[in-house]
Each structure stands twice: as C-alpha cells, then as structure tokens.
Design a protein. Sequence first.
Lengths: 628, 204
Amino acid sequence: MAVSAGTLRRPAEGGLWSTVWEWLTTVDHKRIGLLYFWTVLFWFLLAGVEALILRLQLARPDAGVLTPAVYNQLYTMHGTLMVFLVGTPAASVFANMVLPLMIGARDVAFPRLNALSYWVFLFGGILLNAGWLAGGAFDVGWTGYANMSTRPFTQSIGANFWVMGLIVLGLSTMASAFNFLVTIINMRAPGMTLMRMPLMVWALTVVFILVIFAFPVLTVALIFLWFDRFYGTRFFDVAAGGNVFLWQHLFWVFGHPEVYILILPAFGILSEVIPTFSRKPIFGYSTMVLAMGAIAFLGFSVWAHHMFTTGMGPVGNFAFSLSTMLIAIPTGVKVFNWLATMWGGRIRWRVPMLFAGATVLLFILGGLSGMMHASPPIDSQQQDTYFVVAHFHYVLFGGLVMAMFAGVYYWLPKLTGRLLDEGLGKWHFWLTFIGFNLTFFPMHILGALGMPRRIYTYPAEAGWGGLNLLITIGAYILALGILVFAYNLLRSLRKGEPAGSDPWDGRTLEWSIPSPPPEYNFEEIPVVHGRDAWWEQKRQRRVAPVGGGSNGDPHAPGEGHQPGPGREVIHLPKPSIIPLVLALGLAVAGVGTIYHPAVIALGLAITIGAIVAWAIEPPLQGAVHSKE
Amino acid sequence: MEKSLTPHGHEAVHPPTTTGEDHRKVLMWLFLASDVLFFGSLIATFVAYAQRVPHTPLHEVFNIPITSWSAFVLLMSSVTMALAVWSAHSGKMGLMRIYLLATVLLGVHFLADQGYEFYHFTLDGFTPRVNPVGSAFFTLTGFHGAHVTVGVLWLFSLFLASFRGGITPKNAIWVEIAGLYWHFVDVVWIVIFAVVYLIGASFY
C-alpha cells in the first residue's frame, strides 16, 4: 500500500469497495479516531432524540404521548447511551484523534488492538441497543440497580442485552485505556518528559488510569447480575440472604471514578483551547497536573455519597461527605487556573473558545449544586428529584459535551483538513447555550419544588406544568443547535475552508504537521525542549503562519525540527481485518448467552480463530520511506 | 504484539521506547494492575457475604489438605516458570522447553484438583445456586481457574512455538511476559487460599 498524505481525502483507487475495505481494515489511529467520532456522534443523536420524546411527554400534565413502560425504557436508554456510548468513549475519540500527534509518535503502541477496541465498541453499542428490536429495551434506569434488574423483577430481554452490551463495552474501554497508557508511557518523542506533556495528554493519562482501575469493578457487578439472570446464582436474591447494597457499592465504586472518566477529557480540552486562544501559556501547569492526580485519587474515595439516603449511619455519611467536599479543592484549582490563563490574554473568541468559555461557566454552576449534594442532610432533600437531574446535566452536558464541541471545532480540521464554518458555529453555540440553560436551569426549581425524577407524568394540581413546558421548549431550541452542528460538520467535509497545518497558531506538536497528517504522522520524530513545543519552535525559527486558513503548507513539515539523517525508514503497521473478525466473534458470543449455547460456541470459535490468526499474522508491512 | 511469533522475515527494528521497556511488558504490568481490582471485587464480595449471610458451613465442606496440596502444586509451578524465563534469556532452549512443559503440567494438575474439589462440593450440597456465599465462592474460584486455563494454553502455545523457531533468546520477552502473568495468577491464589479457605471457613 502506497503511503499518501491523506487520511480522509485519499483518492479511492479501486472504487467504493476498496475504500470501504480500507476503513474496515485500518489500523491508523487517525482513521480509527474518525470512526470513533462518527459512531459517538450517531449515539449522541439517538440519545438526544430519546430525550426529545421524553420532553414531549413531560411538556404538560397528565399527557399521554408515551405509556409508562416506554417512558421507562426511553429514560433508561437515554442515560445509558449518554454515559457509556458518548461520555465514556470521549477519551478514546480524542486520544485517537490527537494523542499520538501531541506526543510526537507515529502511531499507538498496539495498532491492531486499537482497531479491536473500536470494533468491540461498535458491536457492544449495537448489542446494548438491540433490546429495542428484540422486544423492549432495559427500563430500570442507567444505574441498573439490582435486585430490581434481576429476573423476578425485570423479565424483559432488553435487560439481557443491556448486561451483555455493557460487559462487551467494558472490554473495549479497557483495551483502549491499556493501549494509550502504554503509548503515553513508552512512545513520547525525545525530550517530551512527563512534565512537558500537553495537559490534554495528562488529562487522558489520568482518565485511562481511572478506567483500568474502575472498569473491572463494574465488570464484576455485571457478571454477578448476568449470572443471577442467566444461571440462577443468588448474589442479589434477598430471600436467600443476598444484599441489594452489594450492587450499589460495586456500581458506585466504579460509578464515581466514572464521573471523572467523563469530565477529565473536557478538562484536557479546556486546558488546550483556552491558552491557545488567550495567546498565553497555561497558568499553573504543575498545579493542573497535581489537581488531576488528586481528583483521580480522591475520586475513588467518594462513591458512597450516592448512597447517603440508604442508611449508612452518621460515620459513613460523614466520611463520604468530607471526601466529597475535599474533591472540590483540586477542581477549584483548575477553574482558577483557566481564569488566570485568560486574565490579561489577547482572547480570540473563535468558536472553540466560545464553547470553552461557556464550559467553564456551566461547569461552575454544576459544581456548586454538586457541593450541595455533598452534605447528607441537603442531599436527603434532593435525592431523586429534578435538582439532581439539573446538577448532572450541568456537569455532563454543560461540562463534557460543550467541551467536546470545543474539541471538535479545534481538532477535527487537523484530521479532515477542513475548518468548520465560523458563522454556523456561532449559531450552533448560541442556540445550544440558550437552549441548554432554558432546559436545565428550571429543573433546579422543579427539584426544589419536589418533582421526582423518573416519573412519566405528573398531575396538573402539582403546579409544575409551566416550568415543564418551558423546559421542553428549551430542549427543542437545544436540538436546533445540534442540527446546525450536524449540518456544519457535513458541510465542512466538502466545502469547508482548507485548514492549513496550523489554523489557530497552535502550541503543541500536532500543529507542526500537515492537515490531514500523513499516515506516519511525523517525517522525523521531533525533539522537544520544553512545554508548548511548537510555539517554542515557531518563536525561535520565525516560521509561524499566524492565523488560519492558509491553503498550502508554506513550510514543509519537519523543517522546524532537528535536522535528521535524510530519508528515514518507517515501518507502518499492516492493515488487518482480524480485529473486526475478533470483535464480531465476541458480539456473536454475547448474543449467544442470551439465546442459545450453540451461538456462544460459534462466537467463541470465531474469537479463538481470530486470536490464532492475530498471533500468526505479521503486524508490520515492509519499509516505506518518509520522503518520496 | 509488535512482533509475530513466527519469523516471516519481518524482523522490524523498533525505535527505542521512552522507558527502555518493551511495550508488551508495560502492557502486561498495566493489565495485572487492573486485574487486581477484578479479583479484589470478587474477594470482597465473598468476604462480605461469608461474614453476614447464613450459609453452608464451609469448614465442613472444604478439604483443607487437598487444597493445600493444589496450592503447593501451583506455587511450585511458579518455580518452574521462573526457571523457564531464566533458560530463555540464557539461550538454553532445550531446558526452557522442559520447564515450560513442567509449568503446563503443574497448571493442569491444579485445574484437575479444582475440578475434583468442585465436584465434591456439589455433592455436599455447596453449589453456586444454594446461597449468595456459594455464588461468590464459585464465581471467584471459577474466574481464577479461568485465568489458570488461559495461562496453561498460553504457555503450551509458547512450548509449541519454540519448536518452530518462534522463541529465540532475542525474543525471550514472550516467555518473560507469560511469566509475569503466571506469577500473578499464583499470587492471587495465595490470597484466595488464605482468605477464603483458611480464614473464610471460620467466619460462620
């Protein structure tokens, strides 16, 4: 296979089928990043549509748009999708898109494992949602509390798909985390010490450390539920002495680190976007790193604040309340550092910066209501009300999703070579920002008035009708913003302004190479002498193409780097279909556990065959030369 | 996975890694760190239930002498595993094969003991379905057995590959990584044996 510069725009030599085949067999992290991106976008839109249907039902009292059964399925799947198919893979999306570029690496440590992570993610997502087609989705809420989710209380086949889907997705998430951790530990460019890594890389490092320690706990909880549902074990059988708190503890030992798995990529994005558009280095780099470390460490000690109302007693409540309040300190440090970075900077309010600024604001609001929950007496008033719904939408939509938008506007042009439109981007921003606040701010008030979450309707006498109508209107304004975003994305692929290699006057190494980057990323591995390596190089060599949109590349990539020995032999990983086959085998086995042992055997046979083929297949193709 | 097991003329020269350690070795350490949490959750569940829930009297069900023997067998397999890694690094391929095979056989012995034990527990009425403690016990020890099985298959495939020239002193790292995994699985068994069989039996 010839080496060409394009990642997205490479001309299809053998027509449509060969293009499809290239994407199915790709082991290039940039292409895998795009596959992740489009898949996550699809699940995001699906989860959004589910939420819009829910809002129709809640727009007025005693409405009959949905039956209670369908309502329960919709809110359960909305939450599950947003947490496990949008938020959790956010780290993998951005890590694939830019992490190797930021640390000066040619690929990830295990390219085929990377492809496997994606395909398992895709099939796991399909498995998770398959309940809709097989006769009804899971309907216990995204936390899947056992024993409510065990067979005597939830017979629906959707629950089986939910359990299997999450187990399979966990494998994907962990494989991705292992791969990127090895990449970060072992594949940094010369001179890129840990304390010179871009903060995005640090954020992802912390996320992946959390993943490898938190996901095994979820996997164990899901295995218990799976065995209880399928094979008659009695983990959650209260009559036999089982204890329902087992699920709650295991789930939240995973679940609270998961909260930081969701939000830390956002912190990483902010820590890249804000300094770039403020034209200042990040304020307090080392405190940012320490703060993330502290968040990760404390994140494992706060899980039972999700269980204040279960009767743990004053000692347990006090301990978890204290650790929860402590975690606000490192989070506050980060917020102050972002503000200090902006302070006195020449801020350019381009679309990524608009989203980044809004994220800081909305995250502070979500964080403040989070601090209220840290107090057990207040929490016992707010438990299971819309106040909680408001809180986690402020941190997860206002924090994570808004930051993801910033990241997409900022980095997607690096992979596609084309900028998203600035004007449409501003429409997207304002519609989203206004729609978001109209939707979720009134939920604080509804919660304080006592409206419980997860109810399919409410009586007119409760007096919640007006605010709920306002919320529904807000939700549709928000949806309009997302539509503008989708249009902007598709438009940019064909008509977008060419990005050039460095549209934002970037600080980090990914902006030193063309957009889209060549398959091998760097012609010569750069040598790093400090933080903000690309800024440093531009300042010293005065090759900075300031501002965006230059069409060609005024400077050949690599010119800003240390002079190398000329033509360099690069071994590229070989494209392989085996990761896809292996993932398919796992998915088939997963379906088999639900339907018939023979299908499990078939799935395992495919899996084992793929593993053998994987071991035998040579992972590298022949040498190619970087300068052709 | 950067190098294939069988030499197809693709002996690629890898750029030196940041830490100087092989990618695969770092991967294995990270995986084992993660697996600690997996077994930790399973053991915690067993302990939590065994202390509180009325269940089958474990001290009557367990056969400590037999389990002690199988624990001894598994520990000895760590000795042969260490010797296999040492032989691979010193280029003593014949010796390495003997030690690999010995490790495999000791592993199989352990699995056979576990099968025997499970069979007799079931006869005594201690099953995964009888109560939460049974569920926790069989899930925990079953997943440990699954880990041993994977290790046995892995080591046996290395044994076979060594005849085809797939294992040479240059890529002895494969044996070393399998060794890391094997020792970890042994260490987990020491914890399970102590906590579940020796202490756990006295809980109730």
